[in-house]
Design a protein around this ligand. Structure first.
Ligand code: AMP
Length: 119
């Protein structure tokens, strides 16, 4: 599996605005924020897409949501609400092939997030 820019953030060879780190999870602000608070929560283990998650990964993938909520609460946005999104492959809009939970907070978020009619 080829490495992504997120491996460089994990090994600190490129900088990131890190919000949380432990042995198996890292969270950092998105470089191109789409909301007042927009960060990514990633496993340190590289899993390319949601399609590559195995039962061994279920615990770590669940932890991404728990850490997301913790960080949102630290920023005082939990009660107002927020959104988590994990894009998958081309149609899902995935550009970095190391799974990451987008967390968006700090403003009302539109839904649905697209304008096209269902075909
Ligand atoms: P996705 O399109 O779902 O794969 O999301 C990838 C996200 O990674 C985008 O929102 C990018 O803005 C973000 N991103 C790419 N490079 C960096 C970086 N060096 N630091 C922080 N966020 C990044």
């Amino acid at each position: 599996m080829s490495e992504t820019i997120f491996n460089k953030i994990i090994d600190k060879s490129i900088p990131a605005d890190i919000l949380y780190e432990d042995d198996d999870v890292l969270a950092f602000r998105d470089i191109n924020p789409q909301a007042p608070l927009h960060f990514l929560v990633i496993p340190k283990k590289q899993i390319a897409t949601i399609n590559d998650i195995t039962p061994d990964d279920y615990t770590i993938v669940g932890k991404l949501s728990g850490i997301a909520a913790l960080i949102v609460a630290e920023h005082g946005e939990a009660d107002k609400g927020f959104r988590t999104v994990m894009n998958c492959n081309e149609y899902g809009g995935q550009t970095v092939y190391h799974i990451h939970l987008h967390v968006l907070a700090g403003k009302p978020l539109g839904w649905p997030p697209y304008q096209e009619r269902l075909k």
